[in-house]
Ligand binder design. Structure first.
Ligand code: PEP
Length: 256
């Protein structure tokens, strides 16, 4: 077992009814071994929160796909960190590229959400990644450094260890064109170095950094063999219980 426990986070996006979610867990839970040295986080729609927190097992942690930064008040349609905590949620995805693209979330908004998550005891999964255009212009590292420094502005030193990062090149999300394991490992090494400027090398070496973008059962092994990659944030392949179980099992050291 390495320094960092692997994490597999399922981002279900805007998918699954109650019935579909319960069918997923019926199959998925049966495919998991009794002991697994990986952390599993499922991030469903808010409508599924109650049923998942009561029907899933201890092996699965609940995460949200979004959060609002205020505790309560006149913010129609939003969900507060207090409400998330109250419903059994422990993690929250913040800064996903679809939120940045469709809901105009800037690094400053991401930062408000990060600080609110920490304040109310939720662990953020901070997503960062360059677009195809940014990659072609050769400014990937500049974009990632901005997303990290602005997104984590004013984070307390003691909160960094609770953070999970997800490197998700936007051009790889939902396209079937995953980054190569070697290239994403190098980029994730850069992300860890940038984090160490904020929280020191000792803490940065403990932060789990995931790769995300078209991870499938047939390519996960290459990513999990990399020294800097601590698991995956998975969209499409997490909707199928057999596929997601194969991904989760790839993080088991007994398999290597
Ligand atoms: C995602 O949306 O976070 C993601 C990684 O999606 P996919 O696995 O479908 O590329």
């Amino acid at each position: 077992m390495g320094l960092r426990t692997p994490v597999f986070a399922a981002n279900w996006k805007m998918n699954k009814t109650l019935k579909e979610a319960s069918l997923f867990f019926e199959t998925f839970l049966n495919l998991l071994p009794t002991k697994l040295d990986a952390e599993i986080i499922v991030c469903p729609s808010f409508t599924l929160f109650h049923s998942i927190s009561s029907c899933s097992s201890q092996k699965i942690k609940l995460g949200a796909q979004n959060i609002f930064w205020e505790k309560e008040g006149a913010y129609t349609g939003e969900i507060s960190p207090v409400m998330l905590k109250d419903s059994g949620c422990q993690y929250v995805i913040i800064g996903h590229s679809e939120r940045r693209k469709y809901f105009a979330e800037t690094n400053a908004i991401v930062n408000k959400k990060i600080l609110a998550a920490f304040e109310y005891g939720l662990k953020p999964i901070l997503c960062i990644g360059e677009t195809l255009e940014e990659m072609e212009k050769g400014i990937t590292r500049q974009i990632l450094a901005e997303q990290i420094k602005e997104g984590l502005f004013r984070t307390a030193q003691s909160d960094f260890e609770k953070l999970i990062m997800a490197y998700e090149p936007v051009w790889a999300i939902g396209t079937g064109k995953a980054d190569s394991p070697q290239q994403s490992n190098e980029t994730i090494r850069f992300i860890r170095e940038t984090l160490s400027e904020l929280c020191g090398i000792h803490t940065a070496s403990k932060i789990r950094i995931l790769y995300g973008g078209s991870v499938k059962p047939n390519n996960i092994k290459g990513f999990m063999e990399q020294s800097e990659i601590d698991g995956a944030l998975v969209g499409g392949a997490s909707l199928n219980p057999e596929d997601f179980a194969k991904l989760v099992l790839s993080g088991d050291p007994a398999k290597f």
